[in-house]
Design a protein around this ligand. Structure first.
Ligand code: ADP
Ligand code: MG
Length: 262
C-alpha cells in the first residue's frame, strides 16, 4: 500500500491542492484509491467518481453531526427509546409521520405537547427533533425561560431583530416548558414577537404543563395571549399527554419490566 511508488509531481502536489480546496476526505483517501485504481486498471471516471462520493458522504455526515451538536437537544431522548404504550392517546404512527417531516416542517406548522410533569413531553418532542436532524433539518432546543432572557437582553441592546434572524436559521425551534415563564418575572412580549415572526414561516414546538387557558400568566395581557395562541394553533398538531407521570410510575416499587438505561 505504498502510494509513494507512483511518485510523480502530481502526487506531491495533490495534498496541497486538496487542502486548498478543503477536500479532507479526498486528501485522506486518494493514495489508497489511486493505488487500487492503478493496480486494477480503473478508468479515470471511476476513480474520480469514487473519490467524490466519499467526500460528499463525509461532508453530509459532518453536517448532521454539527447540526446535532448545535441543536442543544437533551442527550439520549430519541424516539426509539420512547415507549408509546405509556401514552395511549398519542398515536405512534402520527408521531412517526411528524418525525419523517411529512410536510409540516417546511411550511412553518407547529407542534404542541400538553400534559402534567413527567409524562414524556420533552422526550417526545426531542425525539422528533433528532429525527428531523437526521433528515437534514436544523433544530434548536431551548428552555423557554432561557430564550426569553436571551431575547430580552437582545432587545435592551437594540439587537432583537438580529437575534430573531439568527433563530430563523432553524427549521424547528423547541420552546420547552413554556408555561414556566411568568410575565411578572420577565418581559415576555419578546416571546410574542418571536411567535409572530415565525408565523407561517418557521415551525415552533412547545411543551407546556398548562393548556392555553393558563397562558394568561405568561403574556403581558389577554389580547397578546389570544394573538399568540391564535398564530400558534392556526397550523398545528396538538398532542395531549394526560397520563400519569412516567417518572413516578417507574419510581414505584414492585416488579417492573422496563430495563432502565444505565
Ligand atoms: P415532561 O417533559 O413531560 O415533564 P420528560 O420528557 O422529561 O417529561 O420525561 C421524564 C422522564 O421520563 C425522562 O427521563 C423521559 O426520558 C422518561 N419518559 C417519559 N415518558 C417516557 C416514555 N413514554 N418512554 C420512555 N421514557 C419516558
Ligand atoms: Mg419537560
Amino acid at each position: 500500500m505504498n502510494a509513494s511508488k507512483t511518485a510523480s509531481s502530481e502526487s506531491a502536489r495533490l495534498p496541497l491542492m486538496l487542502t486548498e480546496l478543503r477536500l479532507p476526505t479526498m486528501k485522506r483517501l486518494w493514495p489508497q484509491l489511486a493505488e487500487q485504481a492503478n493496480r486494477e486498471g480503473w478508468p479515470a471516471e471511476r476513480f474520480l467518481a469514487g473519490l467524490l462520493e466519499h467526500e460528499i458522504a463525509e461532508r453530509e455526515a459532518r453536517r448532521l453531526q454539527r447540526n446535532r451538536a448545535n441543536s442543544q437537544l437533551p442527550a439520549g431522548k430519541t424516539l426509539d427509546l420512547f415507549e408509546f404504550d405509556a401514552v395511549p392517546a398519542v398515536s405512534k404512527a402520527h408521531v412517526m409521520a411528524l418525525a419523517e417531516a411529512d410536510g409540516w416542517i417546511g411550511q412553518g406548522h407547529n407542534l404542541l405537547a400538553f400534559g402534567p410533569p413527567g409524562v414524556g413531553k420533552t422526550h417526545l418532542i426531542a425525539g422528533i427533533g433528532y429525527a428531523l436532524i437526521d433528515r437534514g433539518y436544523k433544530v434548536l432546543f431551548t428552555r423557554t425561560g432561557d430564550l426569553v432572557q436571551r431575547l430580552q437582553a437582545a432587545r435592551r441592546d437594540l439587537r432583537l431583530p438580529a437575534e430573531l434572524a439568527k433563530l430563523e436559521r432553524f427549521d424547528l425551534l423547541v420552546l420547552d416548558d413554556l408555561s414556566y415563564v411568568r410575565r411578572d418575572q420577565a418581559e415576555t412580549s419578546v416571546l410574542f414577537e418571536l411567535i409572530a415572526e415565525r408565523y407561517e414561516q418557521r415551525s415552533i414546538a412547545i411543551t407546556a404543563n398548562t393548556p392555553f387557558s393558563g397562558w394568561d400568566a405568561v403574556f403581558p395581557d389577554k389580547a397578546m395571549t389570544i394573538a399568540a395562541v391564535d398564530r400558534l394553533v392556526h397550523h398545528a398538531t396538538i398532542l395531549e399527554m394526560n397520563v400519569e407521570s412516567y417518572r413516578r410510575r417507574h419510581a414505584m416499587p414492585g416488579p417492573r419490566h422496563h430495563a432502565d438505561k444505565k
